[in-house]
Write a protein that binds this ligand. Structure first.
Ligand code: ADE
Ligand code: ZN
Length: 343
């Protein structure tokens, strides 16, 4: 059986604020004089039992309040890069939520400079390439998203795409039509969370109205056969996050997760960790636990790893290099043991 840890991987659905481990939350709270509602790391971790997306978001937004300075954003990103590179992640496209910081008086410049100071050295320090994706919080207004987009224009060379996250129910992609029109006109690619808790109709809107290059999650697409057909024919990538879906009760357990069905339907599914500090695993754990629960074959695992690079915003030459590297690992795995030479 192929060892997922040996495969080069891309991670395309990762909220950098969701990588803040409880220990870092306490460390940053201490150095920034932020009072936390929890007396200890253990007490905070004990709260990580979520009933749905909103119950998680409540804690996630409480966690980000410790991030105040460029150094905080830098340290958070470095900690993720260190962990991801140790798991053989070779490329990461990283979400950040500017409104969760600017609403607390932290300037966008602090956020972007802090993250960028870590990401610009990711290749030399960690052997990983990276890209940044700026997400709008869909439970806030379209006007707030537009204002955020305009304030990010000076950083457009550092941000490859805009995305849409936070509470999905009652906040359809169509609410952000004009913001995404403007973002595309300014040269940004677009992605959106859709079909995590929301209905297949939200995935249609993400495709038709926001003109996304990838759908984040998208697992509820399987409820609509016509949508599945459209996604397959478009080769639309879906950035699936199995452990997140289990922890947020979007599925009834990993054995019921649609990841295997998505592959069998010919969808371009990828495996990612979403908010690994909260959901019990980084990318390798997402792969390994899915392999166990869904009896994924070696071919499935290789397909998922390759899909990650196909679905990335890397150029074709870089994609080809990574795909060739996956083939090389696969070839080593399937090579029969050479017979021992005669004594
Ligand atoms: N923000 C951070 N993680 C998220 C998720 N899984 N869904 C929506 N918004 C998020
Ligand atoms: Zn997400």
């Amino acid at each position: 059986m192929i060892d997922v840890a040996t495969l080069p991987k891309a991670e395309l659905h990762l909220h950098i604020e969701g990588t803040l481990e409880p220990e870092s939350i306490f460390e940053m709270a201490e150095r920034n004089g932020v009072r936390l509602a929890y007396p200890s790391v253990g007490a905070l971790r004990a709260e990580y039992a979520f009933s749905d997306l909103q119950s998680f978001l409540n804690l996630y937004y409480a966690g980000v309040t410790v991030l105040r300075t460029e150094r905080d954003f830098h340290d958070m990103a470095v900690a993720y890069l260190r962990r991801a590179s140790a798991q053989n992640v070779k490329h990461a496209e990283i979400f950040f939520d500017p409104q969760s910081h600017t609403s607390r008086g932290v300037p966008l410049e602090t956020v972007v400079e802090g993250l960028w100071s870590a990401l610009r050295e990711s290749e030399s320090h960690f052997g990983m390439t990276t890209k940044l994706i700026m997400c709008f919080l869909r439970d806030l207004s379209a006007a707030s998203a537009m204002e955020t987009l305009e304030s990010a224009l000076p950083y457009r060379d550092r941000i490859v795409a805009v995305g849409l996250d936070s509470a999905e129910r009652q906040n359809p992609p169509s609410k952000f039509e004009l913001v995404f029109d403007r973002a595309r006109a300014e040269g940004f690619l677009t992605v959106a969370h859709a079909g995590e808790e929301g209905p297949p109709a939200y995935v249609w809107e993400a495709l038709d109205i926001l003109k996304v290059s990838r759908v984040d999650h998208g697992i509820r697409s399987l409820e609509d056969a016509r949508l599945v057909d459209r996604l397959r024919r478009m080769k639309m990538p879906l950035t699936v996050c199995p452990l997140s879906n289990v922890r947020l009760h979007v599925v009834e357990g990993l054995a019921h997760h649609p990841l295997k069905a998505m592959l069998d339907l010919g969808l371009l599914a990828t495996v990612n960790s979403d908010d690994p500090a909260y959901f019990g695993g980084y990318v390798n754990e997402n792969y390994a636990e899915s392999v166990r629960a869904l009896a994924l074959s070696d071919d499935d695992v290789v397909t998922l790893a390759k899909n990650g690079f196909h679905a990335s915003f890397l150029d074709d030459a870089a994609k080809r290099r990574h795909l060739t590297a996956i083939d090389a690992v696969r070839a080593l795995e399937v090579q029969p043991l050479a017979p021992a030479p005669p004594l």
